[in-house]
Design a binder for this molecule. Structure first.
Ligand SMILES: C[S@@+](CC[C@H](N)C(=O)[O-])C[C@H]1O[C@@H](n2cnc3c(N)ncnc32)[C@H](O)[C@@H]1O
Length: 230
């Protein structure tokens, strides 16, 4: 199969509102292991988010848009706590089924809500940083523009959207690496479809336009970053 161009026609099983709820819940729970292994957020926190939050020298508020099973928020919150940073976290996802899985990670510092970027913006919510993981490649062109614009409007500081970088190496390694995690989930089919739907850095930068900068974070990852409008 050619990965030269994005395959925008392929649809992920978890995006079907009528998909098997048990498999979906198992998929959301197991995103934890997948994200630990592949998402690159430990490095992104160390390099970008952690230093930015520390530079504020005051308590901060961070939003994870499309928080799924909530594992990324929980991991970032633990990292910030280890660094002695006082941060309140909100994981937002319009899918109630995701909320049900994420809720078990809620804590005095971590809240989850079934809502999306445009509703949060309409409610006048503000954050010091807005992040997302594996959301951009799910969206069609119009939704991508709206999502990116809303994420920027919600932030007083930085926005970091991390996603898969489409490549043959990512496809081959994921196909093998996901095998022990895949039973009972959509991880194999959806992960490979995700890679086919994903961008290369130059494609995403062209799709987002200014003020976004998109860089390769690793052979498998890209990060779209922008600073809040003054
Ligand atoms: C592949 S999942 C990624 C979940 C999680 N971020 C992770 O990395 O495991 C994509 C998530 O984005 C959510 N989503 C889609 N459109 C959204 C929007 N406009 N605002 C917030 N979340 C959205 C979906 O409901 C879904 O849970």
């Amino acid at each position: 199969m050619s990965l030269r161009a994005r395959d925008t026609g392929v649809r992920e099983l978890m995006d079907d509102p009528d998909c098997d709820p048990d498999r979906l819940a198992a998929t959301l729970r197991r995103f934890d292991a997948v994200n630990r292994l592949w998402s690159g957020w430990a490095a992104l926190y160390r390099r970008r988010l952690g230093p930015f939050l520390a530079s504020l020298e005051r308590p901060a508020r961070v939003l994870d848009l499309g928080s799924g099973g909530g594992d990324l928020v929980a991991r970032l919150a633990a990292a910030a706590e280890r660094d002695g940073l006082e941060v309140r976290w909100l994981g937002a996802d319009p899918d109630e089924r995701a909320l049900a899985v994420a809720q078990r990670r809620a804590s005095p510092r971590i809240e989850f809500r079934a809502t999306d970027a445009s509703s949060l913006r309409a409610d006048g919510e503000r954050f010091d940083a807005v992040v997302s993981n594996h959301v951009l490649h799910h969206l069609g062109a119009a939704d991508l523009a709206g999502f990116a614009d809303n994420s920027l409007a919600l932030s007083d500081g930085i926005v970091l959207h991390s996603d898969i970088r489409r490549s043959r190496t990512a496809y081959g390694l994921y196909a093998v690496g996901v095998t022990p995690l895949a039973p009972g989930t959509f991880l194999r089919t959806d992960g490979l479809r995700s890679i086919r739907r994903s961008y290369r850095a130059s494609e995403l930068e062209a799709a987002l336009g200014r003020p976004w900068a998109v860089t390769d974070a690793s052979p498998f990852r890209i990060v779209a970053e922008a600073r809040a409008r003054a």
